[in-house]
Design a protein around this ligand. Sequence first.
Ligand code: 2HA
Ligand code: ZN
Length: 271
Amino acid sequence: MKNILNAPFVREMCETTANMYRLGWDERNGGNISYLLDEGEVAAYLDVRKVLREIPTGFDAKPLAGKYFIVTGTGKYFKNVEKDPETNLGVIRIKEDGTTAQLLWGYRDGGRFTSELPAHLMSHMARLSVDPENRVVMHTHPTHTLAMNYVHELDEKKFTHTLWEMCTECIVVFPDGIGVLPWMLCGTNAIGEATAEKMKEFRLVVWGMHGIYGAGRTMDETFGLIETVEKAAQIYMLTAHLPRKNTIRDGEMKSLADLFGVKCREDFLDL
Ligand code: 2HA
Ligand code: ZN
């Protein structure tokens, strides 16, 4: 059995959480990541028949029964993942009942997965239903995106459009736009269900005055989505209070989408 601390999926979790912490997005215990793993990938590092503990999830994730995830721990700091992955991360498998997580590795101090597991697993189910290759769900509190939530309307079309205008690359990176939820109580099944509903349509979902969710096929893709939104939000926050002299026009955005061969949400443009 190979050392799990060298497993690419553990390394990716360490590198990504460290990166996000240093960007200032994940203060204290802010943020969480879940990453769908292949059984073969896990079996190279762990005896998958050896369940350390069973932890009830409090919701039904039956479509994910038998699936493996590496997930950040509740109350754990992104700042600390790199130096102690086995305490701050856990590898779980969803049991056949759909409502129990079997812990195979991690949460060494008796901990458990993120309190946002409902939003994560429900988002995985929603994304897998539209993209069978989806593997990553990421939640974070990016500073400028969050700042923008206080001064910009929380309307999907308007929010997406403003961000598309802020960097030429935006419409190419997230042509499907951004779903927006109002402020809701986090850590609940209700916010999980609302997030998953949006995830059928969007790979990015803003949680009003809280943060953002991203989903993608790889860690890089998912991180890149959120990073691009955050960059655009930063440009917005640097310019929103100044007289606007120039802008990228809707027709120009459409021609970018066409050039790069992506299908954008045309109803979010005024063509
Ligand atoms: O896990 O970010 O939304 C900490 C959070 C809750
Ligand atoms: Zn949060």
